[in-house]
Design a protein around this ligand. Sequence first.
Ligand code: ZN
Length: 186
Amino acid sequence: MNLSQLRLVYYPDPRLRKRSSPIETIDQRLADVVSRMFEIMYEAKGLGLAAVQAGLNWRLFVTNTTGQPDGQRVYINPEILQMEGTVERDEGCLSFPDLYAPLTRAQYCKIRAIDLTGSAFEEEATDLLARAWQHEMDHLNGVLICDRMSPAHKIASRRQLKHLEEKYGTGPATSGSRRGPVARKR
Ligand code: ZN
């Protein structure tokens, strides 16, 4: 695998809809993929990235919610063990440029995962990091923010979703609508 071929995958790429498979081998190749994932995430100014967003249907995601080098986290074969409370905040996704919607998530989470040395660990988080975990776990299960939006927000985002479908979709071009107005950026 050529790492430079790993690029950010945008909605409606069908890979984003697949359930990702567990990782069986933790080796240098995986460490290299993780490095490339961090590059993609930082380039796009994101807080988290699931492997599927780099085109690999693997149960792996990375986060950095502090923006500092020591804020980097790697979660291999993660499971959320516990969730508590609810909080609604605007949430976006690197695979949906410029789209944000208020989503309700648990305020607290406990997660279990494996790190790059092959050791299992458990971690607790609230708010931003807990939200990032829930968002990335959704990616591993093929669930996207447009599935979590309220019906009203889905309707409000219809134009932006259609714009992404036209820009990044591989389906037949719908003639005429391609020249339509571009969704307004927020
Ligand atoms: Zn996302």
